[in-house]
Ligand binder design. Sequence first.
Ligand code: JBZ
Length: 242
Amino acid sequence: MRFDILTLFPEMFEGPFRKSIVGKAIEAGLVTVVVHNLRDYATDKHRTTDDAPYGGGGGMVMKPEPIFRAVERVLGEERPSTRVILLSPQGHLLTQELAWELAAQNRILLICGRYEGVDDRVGQHLVDDEISIGDYVLTGGEIPAMVVVDAVTRLLPGVLGDAGAAMKDSHAGGLLEHPQYTRPAAFRGYSVPDPLLSGNHAKIARWRRREALRRTFERRPDLLKKADLTEEDKEYLRGLEE
Ligand code: JBZ
């Protein structure tokens, strides 16, 4: 998988991709990440990438020409086989399902917006999708682009070890994870729940399932609508509602 990233702040990507599992995947040759400075694709003397909004109002808007030119230069004949994505607060929400879909691509180009936004012709006539990572206000698309690279890279074959590979579909049940504990069994008077110390695998599995259901019910009840639930799960949840 190859990611190309178009940004006015290429230095932001130096740290996060070096350390971490994404960094390991890059070293192992499983992923390539190429960061491009959008300013290099401006054509005027001052290398202008933004301008005042038509219709007035404050702030600046990213100009379309450097972005179109960068996509054309970076992709060339690869344009048809590349998914071109604008990170934008107006985008569809990034979900695990979308991450899996992106993981099936050979090449992804991520465009990071800045300032008050990007000339809408980019969204309408250049990109394949607009994606947002969530409903909070950010200053630009760089961190969202890193989130996309991270979420997609961990799904690629060979990136996670055996232990991690099993966890890839763990969101598939659609529930929050059960609580995890490690040694010591007692810490500052807080103890590890008895079932986990029992050595009884059936008992442990049942406890974990119920904790996952309880946490999801308490913290993310919205997830229960789409979750894969057995009759026993539903009965347990009915007990929580009382
Ligand atoms: C995003 C103007 O550039 C921005 C600003 C906010 C923002 C993005 C790009 S992408 N928020 C999100 O994913 O929610």
